[in-house]
Design a protein around this ligand. Structure first.
Ligand code: COI
Length: 354
């Protein structure tokens, strides 16, 4: 995109990259040399700059810390065999970022700051994109309220940042998932569709209690009957029932409109697999399991990509799976990776070259 946005760039004097082995890194622990920062004041975005990754100076009264006006995105950048860098579907995350902003009474961010800023930042720190399979550069745009006032109202000022974190896989092995019947992630009229910090904060206790029972994460259910399935942990969820891919539908606004979810739906249909986006109950899942028709269960998310589930626990009832037999998940994962590492043509125009 041609743009006249003026981004002031201050480069690091010496790169930290020499101290980090990109072949062996956990998810989200390391950050590249630079970050993007912009401020919203008097109704406009200003001071767009790329500068060395560094601490922020904030006041204790910062509104985001008290009332949680804070949103983020997760995007990934890849390197192909020739060393070219690509970002996977960033326009979709840009659109969702502004949907989250609107829900949280925050200003939207202009496309040229989000997209052009991200491209320039990733290009500057391109050497930080890992080459190893399963390793990527996780891109974290975020925005938070910066008014220093204890009154509860939408802030007048905000900060927008983009951080880059070269990362290994989010989950290193298949997950054990507990069907959550005590806590709720989201309700119609709430903010489940938005990527706001509070959704993640309120989910942690459920994951903690599930871990104490021997599970990795929870399968969220609706808040009234604890019956209708929503998401798994921080991801969308997909079931293969008798050869048909079924995933909870989005119309109530309780579920994140995942970019990986959407990519999976597109690719599954292209593979000739029927996809149903609809209401889906835990009772249907248990029944399909008992009949031997629940073929595969997996999570779909940017951080974890396609994450196989090796056991579902519903109360005392356990549904173990042999993930080695998950042919559709494996094929989908391979197809996605082949597109993202540019090993096959990008027929959907999902990859943005940097
Ligand atoms: C993502 O998949 O990007 C997520 O939302 C998970 C993230 C909070 C680590």
């Amino acid at each position: 995109m041609e743009t006249d946005i003026d981004i002031n760039i201050t480069r690091v004097e010496s790169s930290k990259l020499k101290d980090i082995n990109l072949e062996n890194i956990p998810f989200g622990k390391y950050f590249s040399d630079h970050m993007l920062e912009a401020d919203y004041e008097n109704g406009e975005w200003k001071n767009v700059e790329i500068k060395p990754y560094q601490p922020l100076v904030i006041e204790p009264s910062l509104a985001a810390l008290h009332y949680g006006q804070s949103i983020f995105e997760g995007i990934k950048a890849y390197k192909d065999a020739n060393g070219e860098g690509y970002i996977f579907r960033p326009y979709d995350n840009f659109k969702r970022f502004n949907i989250s902003a609107a829900r949280m009474c925050m200003p939207t961010i202009p496309e040229e700051i989000f997209m052009e800023g991200m491209k320039q930042l990733v290009a500057l720190d391109k050497n930080w994109i890992p080459s190893k399979e399963d390793h990527t550069m996780y891109i974290r745009p975020l925005m938070f309220a910066t008014d220093t006032l204890l009154g509860v109202r939408p802030s007048d000022t905000y900060k927008f940042l983009i951080l880059l974190s070269p990362s290994g896989p989010y989950y290193t092995s298949p997950m054990k998932i507990y069907v959550e019947e005590k806590y709720s992630r989201s309700v119609k009229g709430g903010a489940g569709f938005s990527k706001n910090a509070g959704n993640y904060a309120t989910s942690m206790i459920a994951a903690k209690e599930a871990r104490a029972k021997g599970y990795d994460q929870v399968l969220w259910t609706d808040p009234f009957e604890h019956k209708w399935l929503q998401e798994v942990g921080m991801m969308n969820v997909m079931f293969i029932i008798d050869g048909v891919a079924v995933t909870p539908e989005l119309s109530e606004g309780t579920i994140l409109n995942g970019v990986t979810r959407n990519s999976a739906i597109v690719l599954l249909k292209e593979m000739g697999i029927e996809v149903q986006e609809r209401r889906l109950s835990i009772d249907e899942i248990v029944e399909a399991y008992k009949k031997g028709q629940l073929n595969e269960v997996f999570g779909c998310g940017t951080a974890a990509t396609i994450a196989p589930i090796k056991e579902l626990g519903y109360g005392d009832y356990r549904m173990p799976f042999d993930v080695e037999t998950f042919k559709i998940a494996a094929k989908l994962r391979k197809e996605m990776d082949d597109i993202r590492y540019a090993r096959i043509p990008d027929t959907h125009n999902w990859m943005v070259k940097i």
